[in-house]
Design a protein around this ligand. Structure first.
Ligand SMILES: [Ca+2]
Ligand SMILES: [Ca+2]
Ligand SMILES: [Ca+2]
Ligand SMILES: [Ca+2]
Length: 216
């Protein structure tokens, strides 16, 4: 009986390994200790962005804080009119086999607010998101999908959002269908942006993000 339990255990372990190996697409965990502006990321608005050392208590253990490793990305800034600024990165992948976006967010006890997560997917088959500089760089031919994360107080909160919760914010632009695949010439899921919005019209923000990934 012991043997059966043991081998079941091994089968389970192998199963978990196999799944964990193929079940996510890492976007960034900032463990290289810097914000790769210009290379991997771009930045906009009045947000000060830098990779900072994680400090967390070992007792009691916090597994999510520990999974954030040595560095996280700090986003800091102030505003007189809600919007603080944001960061973005190119994805350029077929995301049809994933179903969720996951991110760890470290809040602040005084300054909270929202983090908008924006996905752009190519609908006119050219591996590109054409944006209109006359209209706040909104897409011209492609869908833009948005959710808002409410930032909590101090400590890491792990947020896992199903793609089904994202909302197409540009009806009649693109095809208004969530189709982040690379079929029929489409570039699929092209871009991700995170935009920081203050809790008060005039306010500050101070948060950290880490372990950005796509998963099942
Ligand atoms: Ca990290
Ligand atoms: Ca396009
Ligand atoms: Ca649309
Ligand atoms: Ca679409």
């Amino acid at each position: 009986m012991k043997k059966v339990v043991l081998s079941l255990g091994i089968v389970f372990m192998l199963g978990t390994l196999a799944v964990s190996q193929f079940s996510f697409y890492p976007i960034d965990n900032f463990e290289n200790g810097k914000f790769a502006e210009g290379a991997k990321w771009w930045r906009f608005g009045d947000l000060k962005v830098e990779a900072v050392k994680n400090v967390y208590a070992e007792q009691p253990p916090d597994l999510i804080a520990e999974s954030c490793g040595e560095y996280a990305l700090q986003l800091k800034g102030q505003t007189n009119d809600w919007y603080v600024g944001g960061i973005g990165t190119e994805l350029g992948l077929d995301a049809s086999s994933y179903s969720r976006f996951q991110i760890d967010v470290y809040g602040d006890n005084i300054w909270q607010g929202k983090l908008k997560v924006e996905f752009f997917e190519d609908d006119n088959g050219n591996y590109n998101i054409e944006q209109d500089p006359q209209n706040q760089y909104e897409p011209v031919f492609d869908d833009k999908w948005v959710v808002e994360i409410q930032i909590q107080g101090e400590g890491y909160t792990r947020v896992s959002i199903p793609f089904s919760a994202f909302r197409d914010v540009n009806p009649k632009v693109g095809d208004d269908i969530w189709n982040p695949d690379q079929k029929n010439g489409s570039g699929g899921l092209q871009k991700l942006q995170l935009v920081a919005i203050s809790e008060n019209q005039k306010g500050m923000m101070n948060l950290r993000v880490d372990n950005l990934l796509l998963t099942y």
